[in-house]
Design a protein around this ligand. Structure first.
Ligand code: GAR
Length: 223
């Protein structure tokens, strides 16, 4: 029996390159998934434009049109619920999601974050990596829980910080690696190999004690 495509809801606020990477992998037959909606808090963002160009269902709700944070979450996430996604992928969604909405989709929401979590939750991760004098930088895909950037870690990509690197150089080098990391991790979900819980993740029924690592060939080591 073939596995049905994993249905994805993608949340994004910015340029949308991670969304594009998911869509490219699907179109190439490299990811057994289907994007059933792209959701944003920024109606004019690049991600919404990319989604429209691919004929994807889009919903953008501006916080300005909502009374408060909870009302915005409710407006956006009731649209997400309507498409009944198997998995919600936060791909550069820059608003903090309230606990009620996170709990509504418990076990079905992941985020890609541009740091080696638990280092540097929040913003300015590249600059903070440089300021700390770190020798490594990278990105993490993790389960979303109510605390910001704190859910169980699923997979990371790591690379060396080089002499002379600044925040812009790190961001530039990281982005294509982020894309590969997100596609590879989504692939594990498409194969129905991952289960998310509030304080741990299971891969093939076994508790992940450390995040999987993406190698140079874009395979997740140990998966
Ligand atoms: C990516 O670098 C992603 O890791 C980051 O936003 C960027 C979105 O780029 N996410 C966060 O900082 C979440 N805290 P994109 O719009 O081109 O995919």
């Amino acid at each position: 029996m073939t596995t049905p495509p994993l249905t994805l809801a993608v949340l994004a606020s910015g340029r949308g390159s991670n969304l594009q990477a998911l869509q490219d992998a699907i179109a190439a037959g490299a990811l057994g998934a289907r994007i059933v909606g792209v959701f944003s808090d920024k109606p004019a963002c690049g991600a919404i434009a990319i989604a429209r160009a691919h004929g994807l269902h889009t919903v953008a709700v501006s916080p300005r049109d909502c009374a408060n944070r909870a009302a915005h979450d409710e407006a956006l996430f009731s649209e997400v619920a309507a498409v009944q996604p198997d998995l919600i992928v936060c791909a550069g969604y820059m608003r903090i999601i309230g606990a009620a909405s996170v709990r509504r989709f418990e076990g079905r929401m992941i985020n890609i974050h541009p740091s080696l979590l638990p280092k540097y939750p929040g913003l300015d991760t590249h600059a903070r990596t440089i300021a700390a004098g770190d020798r490594e930088h990278g990105a993490t895909v993790h389960a979303v829980i109510p605390e910001l950037d704190a859910g169980p870690l699923l997979a990371q990509v790591r690379f060396a910080v080089l002499p002379g690197d600044d925040a812009a150089a790190l961001a530039r080098r990281l982005l294509p690696r982020e894309h590969a990391l997100l596609v590879a991790t989504a692939g594990l979900f498409a194969q129905r190999r991952v289960q998310l819980h509030a304080d741990h993740a299971l891969l093939d029924g076994r508790r992940l004690s450390a995040p999987l690592l993406l190698d140079a060939a874009n395979h997740l080591i140990g998966a």
